[in-house]
Ligand binder design. Structure first.
Ligand code: GAL
Length: 720
């Protein structure tokens, strides 16, 4: 069994996820569950609850499991990858451990266990404890750890690499509290290393043998990558010696219709989509993720800004981590760095996001310095950064000075001010508000002008941004104009439950209702791309053609009105045709906008763009006026060993999507169990765990747990 870091030699890990029961405070009965498990998920929305946390309540929750002492000699322990939050573990009624921080692992010893044992895990995630839906419970894997003799722990081993001028690499191995026997002298030279990068994520393994002061030895195999990262003052980031820009996104580790319990298959689906988008870096907002996430980033090729906290001493939420900050921060940071430092994907440590303490006086600077020192004592190879929302105070109170790299949330004006003073990156940029496939217009003198909001819906053209942020176009241009910066992390990749801020509501958090999930993902909650996805794809993914036309082309009653037609593309030029008649050629090079633009009088039929790519090939995209709904079309979006994701679209007799269809459908899985349906609509309050749901803008996504290799999905309209 492998861990995130290594194969344990004198220790074995066995999954301990089966046979648990859960009970929430106020309930009488126990419910059988398999871990990882989210006890707050899909239980309905209550307006009086916190909007940021998606109107759910999280009562104190207890899990229990009865188990028989495993046979064999040696020491046994349980490793929890993360219990959200403030957990306490009891073995046969005696407290054996726990952890306040719900995002970090901990172990409890099973010494003194009986022949038959009852384990109880209690966690207290009463809301509000975060600024987004975080779920509650044993959200990550639990492992039975069996150790025989002295064991070299993966977290105690640090593997670092250095590229030398002659093209070879030195691999250095340290082991805390032990002497490295192999590689000899703790060093190995690799003559012609296959380097790791997001584009070619070459991974290596090194067999490490170490000896403790008592002369006991253990061996383990550590996976690592050889790569060099330097954040410079004037040339941005250098990866393996060459300038490299972070085309990054911010990601929350919650999984939409599956809840917040860690799901490897859903993570893989997200990452594969982000590859298509051209993303090469991910910021783990605003907390450490599950160990398997970093394994996947190593394998698929993403740089990671690994973030520790969203709050320090000054609370952002009434029941958040700030209550324990002083007692826990040192140990929390140490756990994070020791857990993740051998992952080649990890590029930066972030000690916090928009920390209100950063606005305090000089004490803020001293605390940042202390945190940077704790990190550097364990890892000197990566810089420490923080995501700053008030660079003005951080500039004067020592916070910026103490950081290795400055992360700017929004505040694009500061890129130029920091030039030559500090390595800088955009830790958070450009939230665009939009519902998927949603085009809102106001008619003015025969022109259809995009408006941002109507009835809690937000428009795909995203004409307006929030006061604190700049539109994507401004943020992207700042990137081009600031080659001394390392790049950016866009807010954000996927919609998530909670934080339903949108411009269509009257001011005040209470007024977001009935919206219960965010609007600023480039993909919706179901993982389907919104139009803005293609803006970034056209800028970030040079390997594939992007030619994406908007809006939809079914506007009965609007004949003759002038519609703004946009095309996001990385083509050299593109020509637009409506029903075969040209509306002209446009060239990206000739416009400062990051899209091509035509104004076209509406006429039903076929709107088609023909784009000529750099290599001369022609790529088209079209929007076709749809007829009435004739069928449901099911396509397979993604599958792993565990899950399959299907998309269901309402189509007309010719197979064109009918966006106006929001009818209810019934889904039936074959060769698998239907887990959830989601249509990506932030206003939909139905349970995800259901076999029936309304379409939103003509589509939804079904998630199926596979039982056979030919698992499939059938969808039908329900009787009206
Ligand atoms: C930032 C914050 C994020 C999210 C975002 C929305 O200020 O760090 O967590 O709230 O705003 O724009």
């Amino acid at each position: 069994m492998t861990t995130a870091l290594a194969i344990l030699a004198a220790a074995t890990l066995t999954a301990f996820n089966d046979g648990w029961e859960v009970r929430r405070e106020g309930e009488t009965g126990w419910q059988r569950v398999t871990l990882p498990h989210d006890a707050a998920f899909d239980r309905g929305y209550v307006r009086a609850e916190d909007a940021d946390q998606g109107y759910v309540s999280c009562p104190v929750t207890t899990y229990r499991k009865t188990f028989v002492r495993p046979a064999g000699d040696g020491r046994l322990a349980l490793r929890f990858d993360g219990v959200y939050m403030d957990s306490m573990v009891a073995l046969n009624g005696r407290c054996v451990g726990g952890r306040r921080n719900g995002y970090l692992p901990f172990e409890v010893s099973l010494d003194g266990m009986a022949a038959t044992n009852v384990l109880e895990v209690t966690c207290d995630a009463r809301t509000p404890n975060a600024r987004w839906y975080q779920g509650c419970g044993i959200l990550r894997d639990v492992w039975l750890v069996h150790r025989r003799g002295w064991t070299l722990e993966p977290e105690a081993v640090a593997v670092t690499t250095e590229l030398r001028a002659d093209g070879s690499a030195v691999v250095r191995v340290r082991a805390e509290g032990a002497r490295v026997i192999s590689p000899v002298g703790g060093e190995q030279i690799v003559g012609h290393p296959a380097l790791w990068s997001p584009e070619v994520p070459n991974l290596q393994e090194i067999v490490v043998t170490a000896e403790n002061p008592e002369g006991e030895r253990d061996t383990l195999t550590v996976r690592y990558g050889i790569r060099a990262l330097t954040f410079t003052l004037d040339r941005g980031l250098l990866l393996n010696g060459k300038p490299y820009r972070l085309k990054g996104i911010c990601l929350h580790e919650t999984f939409g219709a599956l809840g917040a319990a860690f799901c490897r298959a859903a993570t893989r689906r997200e990452l594969v989509t982000l590859k298509d988008l051209g993303v090469n870096a991910i910021r783990t907002v605003h907390n450490p993720f599950a160990p398997a996430f970093y394994d996947l980033c190593d394998e698929l090729g993403f740089l990671v800004m690994d973030e520790a906290f969203d709050e320090w001493r000054i609370p952002k939420t009434a029941h958040g981590i700030s209550r324990f900050f002083d007692a826990c921060w040192t140990n929390d940071l140490r756990t994070l760095v020791r857990r993740d430092r051998n992952h080649p994907c990890v590029a930066l440590w972030s000690i916090g996001n928009e920390i209100p303490d950063h606005r305090q006086g000089v004490d803020a600077g001293s605390l940042v310095r202390a945190m940077v020192d704790v990190v550097h004592a364990l890892d000197r190879t990566r810089p420490v950064t923080a995501a700053l929302d008030h660079p003005d105070s951080a500039f004067t109170n020592g916070v910026m000075a103490a950081l290795d790299v400055v992360g700017l949330n929004y505040n694009v004006g500061w890129f130029a001010r920091l030039r030559g003073l500090k390595p800088v990156l955009g830790s958070e940029t450009a939230p665009s508000l939009a519902d998927r496939d949603t085009y809102l217009f106001e008619e003015r003198n025969g022109r259809m002008v995009p408006v941002q909001s109507r009835n809690h819906r937000e428009c795909a053209y995203s004409p307006k941004a929030f006061t604190w942020a700049d539109p994507a176009e401004v943020a992207l241009r700042t990137q081009v104009d600031s080659p001394w910066s390392a790049g950016e992390f866009v807010w954000c990749s996927y919609d998530y439950l909670g934080e339903p801020n949108h411009l269509g509501a009257a001011p005040g958090r209470r007024n977001y209702w009935p919206a219960r999930s965010s609007y600023w993902g480039l993909c919706d909650l179901a993982g389907l791309p919104k139009d803005r996805y293609y803006l970034y794809r056209s800028r970030w993914n040079e390997r594939v053609p992007t030619v994406h036309l908007m809006p939809d082309w079914t506007w009965p009653g609007h004949e003759g009105r002038l519609f703004p037609v946009w095309c996001y593309t990385n083509a050299e030029e593109a020509e637009l045709f409506l029903n075969g008649r040209s509306h002209g050629v446009r060239r990206p090079a000739a416009t400062k906008d990051l899209h091509l633009f035509w104004e076209v009088p509406y006429d039903p039929g076929i709107l088609e763009v023909r784009a000529r790519m750099k290599d001369g090939t022609v790529v088209t995209d079209r929007r076709v006026t749809s007829g009435s709904v004739a069928a449901l079309r099911v396509t397979r979006l993604f599958e792993s060993d565990e899950l399959a994701f299907f998309r269901c679209d309402a189509v007309d007799a010719a197979g064109h999507r009918v966006l106006a269809c929001e009818d209810r459908i019934q889904a039936l899985a074959n060769g698998g169990d239907l887990l959830a349906l989601d249509n990506g609509d932030p206003l939909d309050h139905e349970r995800f765990r259901s076999s029936t749901r309304r379409l939103f803008r003509g589509s939804l996504v079904a998630i199926v747990r596979r039982r056979s290799s030919d698992c499939s999905l059938r969808c039908d309209f329900t009787a009206k």
